[in-house]
Write a protein that binds this ligand. Sequence first.
Ligand SMILES: C[S@@+](CC[C@H](N)C(=O)[O-])C[C@H]1O[C@@H](n2cnc3c(N)ncnc32)[C@H](O)[C@@H]1O
Length: 298
Amino acid sequence: MKKSMESQTTKKGKNKHSTKKSSKKFKPTYDWTISEARALYESSKCNFDIDIIHYEDCIEGMRKLPDNSIDMVVADPPFGINFNGKEGIYNRDKNNVIEGYKEVEISNYSEFTNRWISELPRILKKSGGVWIFSGWTNLKDILFALEKNNLELINHIIWKYQFGVFTKRKFVTSHYHILFAVKNKRNYFFNKIEHYPEDVWNIKRVYHTGIKKNATKLPTDVVLRCIDFGSKPGDIILDPFMGNGTTAVVCKGAYRHYIGYEINKQLQEIIEWNLSKIKLGEFYTPYSERTNDKREKN
Ligand SMILES: C[S@@+](CC[C@H](N)C(=O)[O-])C[C@H]1O[C@@H](n2cnc3c(N)ncnc32)[C@H](O)[C@@H]1O
């Protein structure tokens, strides 16, 4: 693993990053060749099953995990807006939407949010971080639960996408929130893989017409971006709400291990199909070899 000295200050105390010139000299904080990344993936050790999805309630599942065992959490919880994924306004072919999306009652949302978030501090490693997706309607419950459970907020990212539902008397919602919080603000993992990574991400939502799916699939690019910045090859990444298995797919493609939960057993077939199409490591390129084009696409 190479760790660059880029983040140090100069002798005069000035931050090297302060000029545009430094963008040409930029090196990611950590980087690995493909064979190093694969070796890290193959040498990971832990005393519970990994690269597995359990079809059960995530709160019950997480209670069975050992202390300090998870490097990073990616969570895209149910929306709490009485969404069933089959609404016509979402412009979907209802026949391609898998039944059984498990929604949470709005009246229970804050209690549910606190229950699943309260499981995270115990299972996270000391340097671990959580990346939680949220619309704006229930954002306050997630922020409140993070604070209540002593998870410290590092970034509040806005994911801007190109599509929103047509409105007549209000603005069209075309963004999502991604909250990056950690167990310990003084010692958390973050790989600065870009010179100037901003907290507004422009990533298109992908519409897979004619393919069976759960109604709320995230683009692989947005999950990959979280995983690239928030973890190392070989790390263990937990997703409590697997849906279509996007986090598992990205982990397999990026030499990370996954463990996850999904309460809707009807999604098993689609998750396994999505995983079978991905080759181990196929998304991984050493960070210093990524073209500017690729780095700046977000
Ligand atoms: C917003 S979707 C996740 C979508 C996923 N990120 C993807 O890209 O496909 C939320 C998922 O959580 C599942 N779910 C709801 N309550 C759950 C619970 N208590 N435990 C595990 N999964 C649950 C739902 O069935 C749904 O598939």
